[in-house]
Every structure is written in structure tokens, then in C-alpha cells.
Design a protein around this ligand. Sequence first.
Ligand SMILES: Cc1cc2nc3c(=O)[nH]c(=O)nc-3n(C[C@H](O)[C@H](O)[C@H](O)COP(=O)(O)OP(=O)(O)OC[C@H]3O[C@@H](n4cnc5c(N)ncnc54)[C@H](O)[C@@H]3O)c2cc1C
Length: 809
Amino acid sequence: MRTHARVAVIGGGALGASLLYHLALRGWTDTVLLEKDDLTSGSTWHAAGLCTQFNASLNVTRLLMRGVELFRDLEAGPHGPIDFRAVGSVRLATVPARLDQYRDARGLARITGLPLEIIGPDEIGRLVPLLSLEGVLGGAWTPTDGYVDPSRATLAMADAATGLGAGIERHTTVTALRELPSGEWDVVTDRGTLRAGIVVNAAGIWGRDVGRLAGVDLPIVPMEHQYLVTDAVPELAADHPEMPVVRDTEASFYVREEAGGLLVGPYEPNPKPWAVSGIPRDFGRQLLPSDFDQVSGVLELATRRIPALAGVGMKQLLNGPTSYTPDGNALMGWVPGRRNLFVLSGFSYGIVQSGGAGLNAAAWVVDGEPVDNLWELDVRRFGPDAADLDYVVPRARETYEREYAIPFPFEELQAARPRKTDPLYDLLAARGAVFGARNGWERPLWFVPDGGPRGDEPTYRRPAWLPYQIAECRAIRERAGLLDMSSFAKYEVSGPGAADGLDRLCANRLPAVGRVALTPMLSPRGGIESDLTITRLAPDRFYVVTAAATQARDLDWIERHLPADGSVTLEDVTADWGVLMLAGPRARDILGALTDADLSTAAFPFMAARDIVVGPVPVRALRVTYTGELGWELHHPIEWSRTLYGLLLDAGAGAGIADVGYRALDSLRLEKGYRLWGSDIGPQDSPLEAGLDRFVAFDKGDFIGREPLLRQRAEGVDRRLACLTIELADDDDLFPRGGEPVFSGESLAGYLRAAHPGHAVGRTIGLAYLSDTTSASGTVLEVEILGERRPASVVAAPLYDSEGGRMRV
Ligand SMILES: Cc1cc2nc3c(=O)[nH]c(=O)nc-3n(C[C@H](O)[C@H](O)[C@H](O)COP(=O)(O)OP(=O)(O)OC[C@H]3O[C@@H](n4cnc5c(N)ncnc54)[C@H](O)[C@@H]3O)c2cc1C
């Protein structure tokens, strides 16, 4: 066995093989894949091999398309054939909302270039004569989908990798991982120890166990998944074009042809997690006992849809374990808290994702960044607490049984909630708060006054919560609103090296003591890695605030890039500080009634921070809000939250203060043109493209990402984030939210990264990256929403209070 390698990949399934192959394509061949059994022995050999490219996420769709593209190439290349059959696939719609989902997906497909059409029952009957069309309203037809032989595909990638010089060690079990002071790893196996520069955990359902060898706990749960293979179906005996893969989404199963019979895979209710506390040591190339009762309900529905199933025998009911995570997406990226440990595990449909994930993982390892935006798969979207079994198991079960559920916009899933609550949770609930969860934190989305309807029925169209949001936005624009933002992630950075260390990370100038700065942190390519608020508490002490969703990601980025010489201390203080945002023209009157502090602009200007006392509560007050109004974020020791909240409500009663939820910010921030990381800005976007030039201090000296940005500034950007207003009639029930294609005539000009009604300006606002010509103010475009086009115009932003006088007042 080899004793050294630049990269050791643990796991010889579809993912490990794909990474090995893509590393080799990048010229990295001092690599070795370690597999405890034979290649494909995990979930890979028994997968159904379906290759869908249909997904509610643009980023995941792109990943899936890369997978199919790779399989097409392998099929025709020297390591094929791999039995990739592009039979297409049809998803049935039997309820009207499902057609909305497909219309929405067709919009995404126009953006990615995926062929996808909505077809009627007649066309479906023609494509799949076996189907009963009872109740079928239509379907989504993706002709380039298909299925593959997962083992042959994996072996082809492995062969291609070894052909280029990569190594594979079969029957080699990794038993321990030891991180060395040099940053290298000793990978201990039953056949000896290998020293590796980088270790990749591509161990599928064993990903959690392999993670533990390195002292990290990953949120992965093996779930049982079964499919039935039938005897030969007489109706398929005659020569015929192979039927497309069919998914009856309401009944929750997939079906394809298999050797003259059918293969039917249900996603049943009450699914079964397996071996959650660790996979038995001797579990290898094995299946689990089949359990007919578990899936009989869905199989009955399948027989109604495909009457031919009724008279045909069952050849096998195969039960195999596959990975699930709390949100159903895999875990990719550098593992926080460890050097040179990469994860590529937790894939629940990893055959079709293997091509795109392997390509991106290779780029991430070689270049430090993936090619595509992979936020939905980034291991850092979860904090360390997500691996807790009380969280990950119910979440994985919910995700499994909702595999084919309609992924409605704005919908909040319910498993393992409430989880993280701040002291205001029950008070806000009693006052009508409807909550959503972000990174485990319960946050108010809107408030239902006087026991009215909750307004959270899922829909792709105008949502029922809109009137509540309108009222809350009005409160902030006209009077005052109070929003519990305690879920914000907060870090303290201190020490003699803190200022220099942070300065190298931030594109903007660091603030002076007592001041607040907004700043992007850039990737080495100049993309927006994160977007945060930094307050300087003392010359060598900083308070950093960022979104709840990016708590682990931003912490990891800062930690990796601060000097490791002991001159800087980085502490996550999220759970110590509560935050109440008070905003609106009456905010000063309300706060002023509770404090002796001078709140005048002269004493407490916009973007300043002061330690004040509000009633008895010690408050770190920051004069910033995400609303465009006069206001403060009142950061306070979290044990004071109830007292502070009560005081503010009482003091604001006469001024008409209102409880406000997060949904209001969606509207208020777009009226002001404020950017949101993960939506309109991210690692694929530069601050110059995003119109954030004013937050980049080129003249302050070096910072990460400066060089590529300087080049971009010299050469000019070829796309800009433009503000659009979208014309919707008063009785129009369309509700764009981001992800809709934007057309100039018949050509695709871009797509909405975000959209929402701006209630104060009375227009629906969208943001889209557009070329120089289309982003000019006054350009008339069209936005396609659920298949319907609406006129849109590029306008100067912001639409609300363009001089910014209201927040500076
Ligand atoms: C019934 C069923 C049907 C499915 N159908 C589809 C489908 O139609 N389409 C689709 O895309 N996906 C499908 N999947 C999911 C798919 O099988 C998995 O997502 C995919 O195989 C995961 O590949 P992987 O490489 O991550 O993991 P695996 O294939 O499980 O590979 C991990 C490897 O790591 C090895 N290993 C573990 N621990 C160690 C160690 N300590 N040392 C060395 N080696 C180790 C294991 O032996 C194993 O070979 C299905 C899954 C099931 C169960």
C-alpha cells in the first residue's frame, strides 16, 4: 500500500470515484482512493440509477445537469458504455398547485437551459401507454433525463481516473484519522498508515462514522429506501420505444422499465431511519431486510396508476440504506474546525449528482473555490448542533417523506421545532407571531392580530399573509416597529492582531471606535464570500454581526483567515446577546423616553454605536436598521430581553408601535435596494457587479480579493445588479419572489435574484443581474412568472427615500 498521497479519498462509491476522476482531470494524480470493500459497495451498487435534472433550486439544477452531461460523455467515451439511457421523464400533476410548481420549474429551466415542457394528459398517454390517466391534469416532461447503471458509471469514472495516474486501494478500511501539526493527516488503515495532505470523507452513509474518526459530528442519517422489481410485464413484451421514467408525485413513487418488467420506488410516509448511532462494523455490500408493509400503501396507489402492475409477480423488493441530512441536500466543503479535511457525503440522490459534485469538489480542493454556487450543499449551512440525533433524525424523516411534496415558496417545515428559542418566544407567540426557523432559531415572520387566520397556507401565488406584512411595513414607515432579531450570529474578535487580521479580510475600511461599518469579505476570486456589520468597541476589539443562516460559514471563513499566531481571539457570542430592532419615525421618541442617553444625531449619528442604559437594561445600541428608517439595533445581554421588550412596547403604545416579523424586511429592504447575501449577492458576484462599490476601499491597502477586483474595475464589468419594477394588475395573483426569467424581446436577459412588493412605493420590485445595455434605466423588459409574462422596467434605485434622509434624521 502507498504511504504518501497529496489527497486521500475515503469511499469508492459514485462520489469518491467522481472526485478522483475530476482531480485527475485537473492534473492532481498524486491521489489515492481507499475503499474498505470493493468499489460501489455502499449505496451505489443498488441504486435505481435515475438521473433527474428537475429541482426547485437553480444551483442544484445546474449540478444535476452537469451529472447528466458527464454520463452522456462517459457513455460514448473509451470507458463506456455505462448504460445511460436518456429516456426522458414525466412528472404527473393531479392537483392544480402541482401545475404551478411545474410552471415555476419551467421558468428555472429557461434560465439553466434545461429542456422542460408542460404537457397535457393526451401527450402523457402517448408517451406512457401503461398509465391510467385518471385525475391527471398534465405533467412536466424533461426529455434529457434518464437513468444509468450506477456501478458501471462509477467504475468508468474510477478507470478514467486510474488511467490518468490516480491510485485506488480496495479492501482497505480506514480505522483512524490523525491530524498532524503540519496540517497533514495520518490515515490509519487495516493495511498500514498513509500520510495525506488532504483527506476527503466520501463515505456515503458511513460519512458520519468517518467524520467521528476526525473528531467531527456530521448531520447524516442513513434511511431505508426500497424499490420493487416486477416480473416481466406482458404489456411491455412487444417491441416498443422504452417508456420515460414516470413520477406520480401525489402518490409519491417513481417507476421505470427494468428488464421487461417495472421498477417501482415509493417514498412512503413514516420512513425508517437505520443505524442512526453508528453502522454495524461488519455491514458491507449488503441489503436490509425488505419490508412490504412499509410500502404497501404507496404500491397500491402505484397499481391504480399502472393497472398492468396488478397481474404481475414481484421479483424483488430491494431495501438499501441511503443518506439523508436535515434538509435533504448533501454535505460538501472544508469541514469547519479542521484543516485539510473535506467532506463529500450525505447524498440522497448521489448517482445523478456525482458528476457535478465531483467536478465542483475538485475545483474547491484545487482552486479553493467551487465552480458553481453550492450554498445549498455547503457543510457550513449547519452549525455543530445540527448533528444532534433529536434534530437530524426527525428532519431527515420529514425530508424523505416530502421527497415529492410540492416545495412551496416561503413554506416552513415543521420537524424538530421549536429548537432554539430566545426569551421572547412565548411572549411573541401569545401576541400572534407566526414563526419560521433559520439555523434552528425560531423567528417571528409576521403577527396575526386578534386571532385572525394564520395566513400560512402554502401557495405559489399571492400569499394570505400579505395583509399582515403590509400593516407591519406601514407601522415601520409611518410610526415604529419592533422586531426580535436575536437569531443574528455574533462574534467578538479581539487582541493585538485583531485590527490587522480583520482588515485583510474586509473589503471596506474598518470603523473607528464607536462606529459601525458594513463590509463584504471577498473570496480570492473577488466574489462576495460574506456580508457583515462590524462595530469597533475598542482599538483592538470588534463586534461582528451576520445573518443567522451563515453563522457557521462566516465564523469558519474568519477563523481560517485570521493569523494563527495567538494574537487574535475569535469568539462566537451569538447565544449571549439578544437583539431588538426598533425602527420608524417615532423610534427616537420611544427610546428617548426610556434612557438618559442623548439620541440626537449630533450625539448619536447614523452608523454609530453607543453603550446606553434603557430602563435598567445595559444596551449596546447600533444606529443601523435594514429598513431605511430612523432606528436602532438594541443588542443586550439576552437575559434582559423580556424586560427590554416590555419597556419598549409600553413606551411605544402611544406612538402606535407594532410587533413586526421578518417578512416585512423582505419588502422594506428592496424598497431601499439593500442587498441580501445568498439571494442577490454571493461568491459568484463581485461587489462591483452588485453595485456595492462604496463598500470597497481600494485605497486602504491589501485585502483578500483586491487584485481581481482591481482588474475588474480596470476592464469594466459586463453585468450589473439592476432594479426593476414589475407591472402587475391589482387583481393579479402572480407573486414573483426571485428565480423568474427576465426577457428582452425573446432573448433571455437574466433572472430575478429577488422580488417582492414594495408597499410604500406601491410597486413590485425585482433585482436582476443584467448586461450593460439592458441594465440602463428605462429599459423595458418582461418577467415570466408561472409562465405568464409581465412588463418590467429598469429603474433608478433605491425607490424609497433615495437621498437616505429618513434614516439619518
Ligand atoms: C434503494 C436506493 C435507490 C436509489 N436510487 C437512486 C437513484 O435512482 N438516483 C440517484 O441519484 N441516487 C439513488 N440512490 C442514492 C444513491 O445510491 C447514493 O446517493 C449514492 O450511491 C451515494 O454514493 P456515495 O459515493 O456517496 O456513497 P456510497 O456508495 O455508499 O460509497 C461510500 C463508500 O465508502 C466506503 N467506506 C465506508 N467507510 C469506509 C472506511 N472506513 N474506509 C474505507 N472505505 C469506507 C463504503 O464501503 C462505500 O463503498 C438510491 C439509494 C437507494 C438506497
